[in-house]
Design a protein around this ligand. Structure first.
Ligand code: ASP
Ligand code: MG
Length: 440
């Protein structure tokens, strides 16, 4: 008996679903040699925005309900009769949201998850009409288990393993191609929990890890993994390969191509990730274990941010000052984006919406430690990522660092905080020094 082939996961984002015939060709190409395929699908483009728009204005849901349902129907033609109940469900959820006005996070997640549910029923029907034995699968029913952090939940791999494997193996045994919803799972307490915007990448990576896939392909319409955002850096170029660790830094530092949690399940289970763009099939990025002799560099901007300086007299002599600052911030629910310290100066970076809370949380420190708060000042964080980046320090032109508010580096990532208006210019300077002049 021949050993069963490891499955391949193909994930299609909203924009790449615009051409379902192309999805069918991709699926058929992988299946041609008998490889089992799982498709993970996002909601169709704009659908999650429509649903979250209703959540943003619960009072006016009534006025827009008919139009919203009409849009959903138009975006999902050809649904089989039994799947049309999804439209009624959206209608009921909207009524519920309108009547309570103060909906809670689990109710919001239930509504937001409908975009992916509609999408997989629509796509499966489309693929079946092209002769592919596609079967829609809703991830909460499948048993993709998450924690209870609605709106930003974490997939619990161990808790999901047996049900997801069993459920998908059963469909493979029937010769089917499961079309699984991205973006959400079922929480430990049994409710729908979404993974955060863009979460279908993360769901696909987790499903690949759960079933021992040989690779997970993240199919995007326009975007690709480039050395920088081409709108900021015209000569940005595709990156053919990234290590898991580099890709994780890039995703976490806010390059919007990938959901920040996408890399971890793939890394932990040695599944290769491949990001490709339908617009330009020659642009493919493979995310895999680090290889020696590879030099990858990617740059990104994190903004808008606010810098707050805390001057602590005799700072070094005060044990625990950093711990106290970070403790007070986290107790106030404030996320510290970046921290630069010298002996008497702590430079703290926040998202603009958190500055007021941050300064309030620091008030006791200013009283007890006679510390002074300066700022907030608008800044941008310019980030360069790549294994061995410390070797590149001597390439950085001093003009790029002129007027910088802080600098930090690890062997894999360096970041410079610069006044907001200089961000794009410093990005281009660093790109020139670290990419254009170095990588052929
Ligand atoms: N549909 C969700 C969103 O738009 C998830 C995704 O597309 O990955 O954020
Ligand atoms: Mg989407």
């Amino acid at each position: 008996m021949t050993r069963a082939r490891a499955p391949v996961v193909l994930k299609f984002g909203g924009a790449s679903l615009e051409d379902p015939a192309q999805v069918g060709r991709d699926v058929a190409a992988v299946r041609a040699d008998g490889t089992p395929v799982v498709v993970v699908a996002s909601a169709r483009q704009g659908v999650t925005d429509l649903l979250s728009g209703a959540l943003a204005h619960p009072r006016s849901v009534g006025a827009h309900r008919a139009a919203l349902l009409d849009q959903l129907r138009r975006r999902h033609p050809g649904l089989p009769v039994d799947a049309r109940r999804l439209f009624d469900r959206v209608r009921r959820l909207l009524s519920e949201i309108e009547s309570v006005c103060h909906y809670d996070a689990p109710l919001a997640d239930r509504l937001l998850s409908q975009g992916e549910r509609l999408s997989v029923h629509w796509l499966a029907a489309r693929l079946r009409s092209d002769g592919i034995p596609a079967a829609p699968v809703e991830a909460d029913h499948l048993g993709l288990i998450t924690d209870n952090t609605y709106g930003a939940s974490l997939i619990l791999i161990d808790r999901s393993q047996s049900a997801v494997r069993r459920g998908l193996a059963r469909r493979f045994a029937r010769g089917e191609v499961p079309i699984v919803t991205g973006y959400f799972g079922r929480s430990l307490e049994g409710r729908v929990a979404t993974l955060g915007r863009g979460g279908s990448d993360y769901a696909a990576s987790a499903i690949g890890a759960l079933i021992g896939a040989s690779r997970v392909e993240l199919v995007k319409r326009h975007v690709a993994v480039l050395s920088a955002d081409p709108n900021e850096v015209p000569d940005a170029r595709p990156i053919p390969e990234l290590s898991y660790e580099e890709a994780e830094e890039l995703a976490q530092f806010g390059a919007r191509v990938l959901h920040p949690l996408t890399i971890e399940p793939a890394r932990a289970h040695s599944v290769i990730l491949r990001v490709r763009s339908l617009d330009d099939p020659s642009v493919v990025t493979t995310i895999a274990p680090a290889r020696t002799g590879r030099r990858n560099r990617a740059l990104t901007l994190l903004r808008p941010l606010r810098l707050v300086r805390l001057r602590v007299p005799g700072g070094r002599q005060r044990p625990g000052i950093v711990a106290e600052v970070s403790h007070r911030l986290s107790a106030a629910g404030v996320n510290l984006v970046q921290l630069y310290t010298s002996s008497a100066l702590l430079c703290l970076l926040f998202e603009p919406g958190q500055v007021v809370a941050a300064i309030r949380a620091l008030a006791p420190v200013t009283r007890e430690a006679a510390a002074m708060v300066e700022g907030p000042y608008p800044v941008t964080l310019v980030i360069a990522i790549g294994d061995g980046i410390l070797d590149d320090l001597d390439r950085i032109p001093s003009s790029a660092l002129a007027g910088a508010e802080g600098f930090s580096a690890t062997p894999r990532a360096l970041s410079v905080a610069v006044p907001e208006r200089r961000g794009p210019e410093v990005l281009r300077e660093l790109h020139r020094a670290l990419v254009t002049e170095v990588i052929p």
